[in-house]
Design a protein around this ligand. Structure first.
Ligand code: FAD
Ligand code: UDP
Length: 378
């Protein structure tokens, strides 16, 4: 074995694929019983509808290198992601655009009029100088829209004072003065034609790659554990960075999600793939209806049944799957301490969403793995 990779998510598989293609022998271990990390999907057995087991995953990128790379393993559908939100019993389009603004203010503003209004409402904060999520959001859209669509959703999602959250979280959502309600701004987007799992499996399908599932790096009863391998073979570690160091610098805070899945005997539950719930009275943040991700599969999917998943967010304990880095000031201090420790680990590189404690989308995880391969490993 030339390289041990801990974690078979997009980061680990990209490193594995590149290493294998250049003739190196690689072993990938994952503590889960399947490959693919959080992008893994499986078909709901009674309907055959593809369900994203760890939350809906939409692929989008403006990075030409990443786009060329991912197209080696899968074709993409022409799905364009659009999200709606329910506030006080009324459905609005997201991200906040001219349609949202006109519906909210019961008006027919032109782009210029809407811009002037928002500028007036948003005067409290300059979004460029914002120190936290609340200041950035109010600076971008003004307090009334913030209170309707962001404040309570964010409280449910993060259970952290928006003044403590990094401003970057809200910069993920564009604000537009047109009726364009594409959720993402990127050049390319789509869903893998035959599903995420088929894509992930093709990345791992190489004679030089061995995958060992249900294998935990910290389980000393299995031979490829931390104690036995660090210093013996180069390692790319994509699990949680605080766990690697046994939490010596404190626990970094993560959000986890709970998913409640129902198969309903109706053709259509909500008419769209993702409906957010902006208000505090709905305990979930959003509902996914998976058949709407693949309208091109209409002839394969049942017409009389649908699969929905309600998503709930809460703080992760050590026993939970860590999904979102919360990234408070305290977390950032802890992360710096872990980065120092990481530098001292012989032949161990830390990568991916968990290994770097970064809110990485798939294209970012793949892009950063390609960079690590080219710059540090190749
Ligand atoms: P992961 O996919 O988390 O893989 C890490 C792997 O390491 C896991 O399989 C885990 O089991 C394994 N592991 C951890 N500890 C150990 C251990 N001790 N021993 C062995 N194995 C271990 N991105 C988008 O681009 N679009 C989206 O719409 C999108 N939606 C998302 C929704 C949710 C709810 C979440 C959580 C993420 C979403 N993402 C999305 C981000 C996407 O999931 C990540 O970018 C991608 O999964 C990163 O891959 P990764 O390899 O870094 O991490
Ligand atoms: N957000 C919000 N209301 C919404 C959608 C998003 O307040 O209806 C905020 C929330 O703080 C969230 C952030 O915007 O964490 C980023 O949203 P995105 O949909 O990108 O989050 P993800 O899909 O990663 O959960």
């Amino acid at each position: 074995m030339d390289l041990l990779i801990v974690g078979s998510g997009f980061f680990g598989l990209t490193i594995a694929e590149r290493a294998a293609a250049s003739g190196r022998k690689v072993t990938v271990i994952d503590r889960r019983h399947h490959i693919g990390g959080n992008a893994y999907t499986e078909n709901e057995p009674t309907t055959g509808i593809e369900v994203h087991k760890y939350g809906a995953h939409l692929f989008h990128t403006s990075n030409a290198t990443v786009w060329e790379y991912v197209n080696r393993f899968t074709q993409f559908t022409n799905y364009v992601h659009r999200v709606y939100t329910t506030h006080k019993g009324v459905v609005y389009p997201l991200p906040i655009n001219l349609g949202t603004i006109n519906q909210f203010f019961q008006a027919a503003y032109t782009p210029g009029e809407a811009r002037d209004l928002i500028q007036e409402l948003a005067g409290e904060f300059d979004p460029k100088q914002a120190n936290n999520l609340e200041e950035r959001a109010i600076g971008l859209i003004g307090r009334p829209l913030y209170e309707a669509f962001i404040r309570d959703y964010t409280a449910k999602q993060w259970q952290t004072d928006p003044k403590e959250l990094p401003a970057e979280i809200i910069s993920r959502l564009p604000v537009r003065y047109t009726y364009d309600n594409r959720y993402f701004n990127d050049t390319w987007e789509g869903l893998p034609v035959d599903g995420y799992t088929a894509w992930l499996e093709r990345m791992a399908d190489h004679a030089n790659i061995e995958v060992k599932l249900s294998t935990d790096f910290f389980d000393e009863s299995q031979p490829l554990n931390k104690k036995a391998t660090v210093g013996q073979v180069p390692i790319v570690y994509t699990g949680p960075v605080d766990r690697y160091f046994d939490y010596t610098e404190g626990e970094l805070s993560w959000r986890t999600l709970d998913f409640e899945q129902d198969v309903l005997d109706i053709p259509d539950f909500q008419g769209t793939s993702v409906m957010n719930y902006a208000d505090a009275d709905a305990p979930y943040t959003r509902i996914h209806e998976f058949k709407h991700f693949h309208p091109e599969r209409a002839d394969r999917y049942p017409t009389d049944k649908t699969v929905i998943v309600r998503e709930y967010s809460r703080f992760a304990t050590r026993a939970d799957e860590p999904y979102y880095p919360v990234n408070t000031a305290e977390d950032r201090a802890g992360l710096l301490a872990y980065r120092d420790l990481a530098k001292g680990e012989q032949d161990v590189l830390f990568g991916g969403r968990l290994g770097t404690y970064q809110y990485l989308d798939m294209h970012m995880a793949i892009g950063s793995a390609l960079s690590m391969w080219n710059n540090q490993l190749a």
